[in-house]
Structures are given as C-alpha cells and as structure tokens.
Ligand binder design. Sequence first.
Ligand code: FEO
Length: 396
Amino acid sequence: MTKVTLKDGVNWVGVVDWNIRDFHGYITSRGTTYNAYLVSDEKIALVDTVKLPFANELVEHIKELTSLDKINYIIVNHVEMDHSSSLPVIAKLAPQAKIYSTARGKEELIKHYGAEFERVEILKSGDTIKLGKKTLTFLEAPMLHWPDSMFTYIVEDKILLPNDAFGQHLASSGRFDDEVDQHVLMEEAVTYYANILTPFSQLIVKKIQEVVAMKLPIDIIGPSHGIIWRKDPMKIVNAYMDWCTGKVVKNKAVVVFDTMWGSTDKMARAIGEGLASEGVEVKLLKLRCTDNTDVVTEIVDAKAVVVGSPTLNNGMFPSLGAFLTYIGGLKPKGKTWYFFGSFGWGGGAVRGMEKMAKEFGFEVVEQGVELKWVPTAEELKKCFEFGQQIAQKIKA
Ligand code: FEO
C-alpha cells in the first residue's frame, strides 16, 4: 500500500470497503472506509481497528510500518463492530499492547468479545498517554455515536481523531479532502449526518463548543469513515453546526409518498405543483423508488414534510410505516408535518400516520387532504390548493 501520512509519524492504516451497499440498513451507494491510525514515536499506538472481514488487510498495513509486537497501546475510540471487530485479532498478534477505552467502552468490549477484555484500561476526558515527543489526550464523547464514544487528540500534531463524528460513507482512492470531488464529499457527509447523527444534534453542538472552549488547535480531522479533513477541517465543523442547529433550513418541502393504483401519486403531484407555484422548492419522493437513506437526507434542509399514503386494510401502506418508524427514531427538529392520502371505503392511513407522527413529538398540522377512490379534477384542485397553503405557511 502507498503510505498514507497525515503528519510525520501519524499514518492511516485503515481499509476501503468499495462494495458495501447496505450498512445496517443505510444504503451506502458509494461504499465506505474503516479508518485506523498508527501513531509512532518512542512508543507506538494504534487508534481503532476495522471491520472483521478486513482484519488481515489492517495487519498488512500495520506491518508495512512496524511489526505488531512493537505496538504499545491500542486505543478503542468506539466499540461498534465496524471499528472494533478486528480488535480480538490484533490483541492476539500484539499481546503486549495495553488496550484503552472509556468505562462504557470496557463494558461493551467485554460483552462483545469476552472476558479477555477485562484487561482493558479506562480513560477519562483529559487523560494523556505520552508516546515520546507525541502526546495523546482524550475527550469522552458519549452518544457520538454510542455511550462509549471518545475522541483522541494528538497534541503536538494538532490532529483530532473523533471516530464516527465528521465521517462519510465514501470509498475513494484519495484519502484526503483535497483529493476528492467536493460536491460528492459534502453530499456523503450530510447523508451520514442525517442517517447516523441527527438524534444527537444537540450533543454535537455542545461537544463542538466544548472543543472550541478548550482552544485545541486543529490542523487535521481524521474520522473513522471516509476521507481525512486536512485542507479545510473547519469546513466540516461549520457544516455540522449548520445542520445541527437548522441553519440550512430553507423554503423547501419534501413530499414523501407511496401509491397503489396511482391516486396518491396524482395527489402528490398536484400538491407538489401547488407548493412550486408559490416559489417553494419541492422534492417528490416515492418510497418504492427512493430509499429512506435519501429521503431523510432531503429532509435536513426542508421546513415541511408532506406525507401521503393509500389506505391498505384500514391502515397506512407498509412503506410509510417503515419510513415513519425510521424518521421517528432520527427525530429531526424544526419541521412541520402534513399528511394526505386516498382510500376506497373506510380510510385510516392519514389518521394512522398523524397519530404516529404525534407520538414521535413531531409538529403535525391535522386534517390533511383525503379522498375516495380516484381523484376528480375538483379534488386535484383541492390538492393543489393544499400545496399552496403549505407553501404560504413555509414562507410565513
Ligand atoms: Fe462507524 Fe458507530 O460506528
């Protein structure tokens, strides 16, 4: 492998997973990487590992820089298996290495990989490990992404290794931000934020403010997925602040729907036209054509989400149930939710969706448009007007 050096003595030893397309349900159309870093001085530290099928590749990458019996420390920033499932392999090949994680990380490591991880030593915010001239210091970052999560900071090199934070599911031959297409990079960064970190937005803002208050100079941010930010690390920090605080929200509506025989589709198109006629940006996303991964990404900068379903067996269409369950867990803030749908005799889809959204704590505007069988021209006009009314609320 071509050596990937962040700064003298700090090397990327991770792997590229070019062909993963389903990351626990998140559709990763551009693959991903699992980033691990070797920090070499008088002592050597390995920060994070990779997903188990790539353990041998990680070992080969380390061997190109040092032999495994020279590793003194293994730092586990995060226990989720994409970053830790090679740890048992590395721990066997480097039995002399001391292993460190947060207290929650230790509990999780034992539960994932067994009692041999009772030997893990615990780190707290502010703890340091001296490698020689280089110093590692640590910052607990619970829920970014799991309770165990932690950031590692290489003091003298001004390198932050925040694991999942600031990552992207993006496989590429370039390892750095200045080596990839910027549009693709930011598209994957916002998709990652939308699908992984949305529920923790307030914690992210607090953690960024904490790091700013510590006045840690940052030259490079090396996340655990995707490219490393060296040209402009503040670009992703500022983008996170904008996403987390809703600063990016604009006069935009996302119409999310599914259809059985085309009635709800016709309604969605008429509502979309009503929205657009008022100058509001609109996206129509049919769930059987668009994965939830992309739908929730489109919602990041939208003010309104307009959800439509036909009635099937007195309830909503199953794809709507899956979508609402997914977004109910992510809980994006600051959106207004509207519902519409069609039915044959009893109805129930709109009622069911509104109830579900209210239970998630979403701001729901009730009494959306609902119609029987196939929409007439008059009913489609009502849908158009419904779109116009939503647009007026968005603009107000
Ligand atoms: Fe990339 Fe939370 O694991």
